[in-house]
Design a protein around this ligand. Structure first.
Ligand code: DLL
Length: 434
């Protein structure tokens, strides 16, 4: 369902006008209230009145996560401290935390955009939504929570963890929607099975929709989850620095995620040359907040790799779509000169019957060369006597499709660590061995 047709289906020319007006406001706001950005503007001789068209945004500098870290906790904010109503934080993969503060209006818009996202997945007032993203400083839990409430749906705020209890609650309260990371969804399905339960059994469970995100996942993993749980699974994207979940959401056409362009201006750049890529070409997503009050950001480099969908979507939404995220540029592994993302390996793993989506890529340095070991759990139905054949098959596919010679280690079911939040796919043991 399209919750906000006025915006979501706005004709392109009108949307561009709105974006330009909002960008001009943003430039004025940053010039007046942000010493950080004002200094940047002065350095390049930019004045807000120079911003006349969307293309003029390219005159302006990028913002990096480092900038937020260097000005920890709230050096990039543009409102007095008493205007903040909530703080969320992100530890990121490494290093110093970043903190984001939200004003009352920021929280309102976030809830509306999450409501829009859930409605896109068909969620409405009759639904019971189990929010199994972590609550707390992570934006997943509270983001989905307020979006579901804004729609009038009932919320089951299970958070991540206490997994057996949440399966029981989902069954007893007839949860119809599950929001969590795709890896946690798979874990819940696995655990339900060990409890003698099956999400596909509609006389026991009422689950019909999964809204998954916060980590890269492949199309094959979607199919796996859908068939294991008997649900429709859709992809949701966001990041705490920009807002949280609800920056972009996949629609039922399932050919990409619509970016909420009335609130975020999106560019895709070549991470090396920093120039805009051609439509359809892969690159790094860069986002500018158009309506954010607390900590507005200009040309924020997400480091997430995607491309713009070139064809308009038949769902009726006019917002541009990005294709399923391949991963983060920092998760890209370079093995003897070949670039690869864990999600590409995941696709190969899931094309082999008998292997599961529980896997890790272990990187090491052997004789001064990079070595990749793909560690994958066998599915419980497979006996380990078959494992040599399956390992060979995966090594062969990795060589053919990705051009990488990898070792494959197959392990027994339930050997690899399960994550309640974002799955840790990469284990890099190369430090100090260069
Ligand atoms: O992960 C916000 C979120 C919560 C999104 C729940 C979706 C659902 P952070 O912890 O700041 O915020 O991490 C943001 O996670 O830059 C991407 O690298 C990754 N990510 C988020 N959604 C997706 C997705 C939340 N659908 C970082 N596909 C982002 C691939 C995703 N990666």
């Amino acid at each position: 369902m399209i919750l906000d047709p006025i915006f979501e289906t706005m004709p392109k020319a009108q949307l561009t006008k709105l974006q330009v007006a909002r960008l001009q406001n943003l430039a004025r706001l940053l010039d007046q209230r942000s010493p950080f950005y004002r200094q940047k503007f002065l350095k390049i001789g930019f004045e807000p009145r120079d911003l006349l068209r969307l293309a003029d945004l390219r005159l302006l500098p990028f913002t990096e996560k480092e900038d937020l870290r260097d000005h920890y906790p709230l050096g990039l904010s543009t409102v007095p401290p008493n205007q903040f109503l909530r703080f969320q934080a992100s530890s990121g993969v490494t290093g110093q935390m970043t903190v984001i503060g939200y004003t009352k209006r920021d929280l309102y818009i976030w809830a509306q955009l999450m409501a829009r996202s859930l409605a896109t997945a068909g969620v409405g007032p009759d639904d019971v939504v189990n929010v199994a993203f972590g609550y707390g400083l992570f934006t997943g839990g509270l983001g989905c929570h307020y979006g579901a409430e804004a729609l009038g749906a009932a919320v089951l705020p299970c958070s991540s963890g206490a997994s057996q209890r949440q399966i029981t609650l989902m069954r007893d309260l007839k949860a119809t929607v599950l929001c969590c990371t795709p890896s946690f969804a798979l874990y819940l399905a696995e655990l339900a099975k060990s409890m003698g339960l099956d999400f596909r059994d509609k006389s026991v469970f009422a689950l019909k929709t999964g809204i998954f995100g916060a980590e890269p996942w492949s199309e094959d993993l979607r199919q796996k989850i859908e068939s294991t749980m008997g649900i429709t699974a859709l992809d949701i994207y966001g990041l705490s620095e920009i807002m949280g979940p609800g920056v972009a959401m996949e629609c039922m056409e399932r050919r990409g995620l619509h970016i909420y362009e009335d609130h975020f201006f999106a560019e895709i750049i070549d991470p090396v040359t920093l120039k805009t890529v051609r439509p359809g070409q892969l690159g790094e997503l860069v986002l500018t907040t158009l309506t954010k009050e607390g900590v507005p950001l200009l040309r924020y480099r997400t480091h997430d790799i995607t491309s713009f969908q070139t064809e308009p979507c038949s769902c009726g939404r006019t917002f541009r779509q990005v294709t399923r995220f391949m991963g983060r540029s920092d998760d890209m592994v370079i093995i003897r000169g070949v670039n690869l993302y864990p999600s590409q390996v995941e696709t190969l793993i899931l094309s082999i019957e008998g292997l599961t989506a529980n896997y890790q890529l272990v990187l090491d340095r052997v004789d001064n060369l990079d070595a990749l070991d793909i560690v994958v759990e066998l599915s419980p139905e497979r006996v380990s006597s078959e494992s040599e054949e399956l390992a060979k098959a995966l090594a062969r596919l990795t060589k053919i499709h990705l051009g990488v010679n990898a070792k494959v280690t197959l392990v027994e079911p339930m050997t690899l660590p399960r994550s309640q939040g974002k799955a840790q796919r990469l284990v890099d043991n190369r430090a100090g061995k260069m």
